[in-house]
Design a protein around this ligand. Structure first.
Ligand code: SIN
Ligand code: CO
Length: 388
């Protein structure tokens, strides 16, 4: 993707301009980001998904006296028929993992790293429905799929911003909007993290939220240090060879901190381990239970491929690749595998192709490492045979 080509999805901005002026900074409204956009799923199909055990869904109902009641799915079939005519929203997470046409929406965002995308949440709201004024810790692109929604944006918030008490949802106690827009199908609003916003359905409406993810500093530190500690032997300790005699045995001198900092820097600065951890962490699936491998040996695998089988990515798997030292590493669903540099094109193909088959994969299967990689990914569940 050329970062200097204007994109309709960004209202004619180039990816470079968008990243420079808006991304993580300020909202951007794009009218007709996807012209003639037709919602790939209907409200009934969304409601159907919310009945499924493996699908994460929420229903937010506004009542006059105790606003914003939260109910969690899966819901019973007759649950929706008892809903009032207005003031409620059904939100379904990660619809991209269950509906390929929704996953396709993410294709437009190739100017951002795929591993930064969390999921596509889809909401259906009856007139007046919304989840109340709130802020999110993540960037989001809100694409209007059906009907109209009024979006208001306000102040920047943080974890000290006052919230309404006794609410299961994190609703802001104070919200004074500074701008508002009514979005119609195909219109899109980008919101940076921490910006207060409130969306209210004008009529029956559906909104697609392409949501991003970024680990918190606390997560990075706790998870990376946990990962690192597996490689550190017991005998590697704080050490103070050449220490000076103490003048007061109760005082902790600053040279001890210097020794600690050297110990921390030595390990925290290990780029190879940091990359390995980060790739594994960022490709951990949202629903690990949906990444199930199969038992298959090399011969069976090759027989399938030669018979014309098609291999697809498991929609619940996440993949990324990187360079480490002179080699490459493929990350898939929280696992990593080191590979030689000559497999670069193969890694790119595996990460980006929708379908792998004898024609595009064949030449790589002659390579021992390449063949074993694909076999391993099938055994582990990140790749799977398409249903015939
Ligand atoms: C929605 O109601 O579709 C989106 C909720 C949000 O603002 O995050
Ligand atoms: Co939000």
């Amino acid at each position: 993707m050329n970062p200097d080509n204007p994109l309709q999805l960004l209202g004619g901005l180039t990816p470079r301009e968008f990243l420079r002026d808006y991304w993580q900074k300020k909202p951007l409204l794009v009218r007709q980001a996807i012209p003639d956009f037709e919602s790939p799923i209907s409200p009934d199909e969304l409601a159907g998904l919310a009945l499924e055990e493996e699908v994460e869904s929420r229903l937010v109902i506004e009542h006059g006296e105790r606003p914003w009641e939260l109910r969690r799915g899966p819901f019973a079939e007759d649950g929706f028929s008892q809903l009032p005519e207005k003031d409620w929203t059904l939100l379904v997470q990660a619809v991209d993992q269950f509906v390929p046409e929704v996953a396709e929406l993410m294709e437009g965002f190739k100017f951002l790293p795929k591993w930064r995308i969390d999921d596509v949440m889809v909401s259906f709201a009856a007139p007046g429905g919304g989840v109340g004024p709130h802020f999110d810790n993540y960037d989001v692109f809100l694409l209007q799929g059906y009907g109209k929604r009024r979006w208001q944006v306000g102040q920047m918030c943080d974890s000290s911003s006052p919230l309404l008490e006794h609410s299961d949802l994190k609703i802001l106690a104070e919200f004074a909007h500074t701008e508002e827009w009514v979005l119609e199908p195909g219109d899109m609003l980008y919101l940076p993290p921490l910006l207060a916003h409130c969306g209210t359905a004008e009529d029956d409406c559906m909104t697609y939220s392409v949501g991003f993810r970024a680990p918190s500093a606390a997560e990075v530190l706790t998870h990376f240090t946990d990962f690192l500690s597996q490689f550190l032997p017991e005998e590697e300790r704080y050490s103070d060879a050449d220490a000076q005699p103490t003048s007061d045995p109760h005082q902790i001198q600053h040279d001890s901190l210097d020794r600690l900092k050297a110990l921390l820097n030595q390990h925290m600065g290990d780029e190879r381990l940091l990359m390995t951890w980060f790739g594994q962490f960022m490709t951990e699936p949202r629903y690990p239970e949906l990444v199930n491998g199969i038992e298959i040996d090399e011969e069976q695998f090759l027989d399938h491929i030669e018979a014309g089988a098609i291999i697809v990515r498991n929609p619940s798997a996440r993949m990324a690749w990187s360079e480490v030292g002179d080699g490459l590493v493929l990350f898939a669903s929280g696992h990593s595998r080191m590979l030689p540099a000559n497999l670069r094109e193969m890694l790119k193909l595996i990460c980006s192709a929708d379908a792998l088959h004898i024609e595009n994969l064949g030449r790589w299967l002659a390579d021992d490492e390449g063949r074993l990689l694909v076999l391993e990914l099938i055994k582990q569940g990140s790749l799977e045979f398409a249903d015939e």
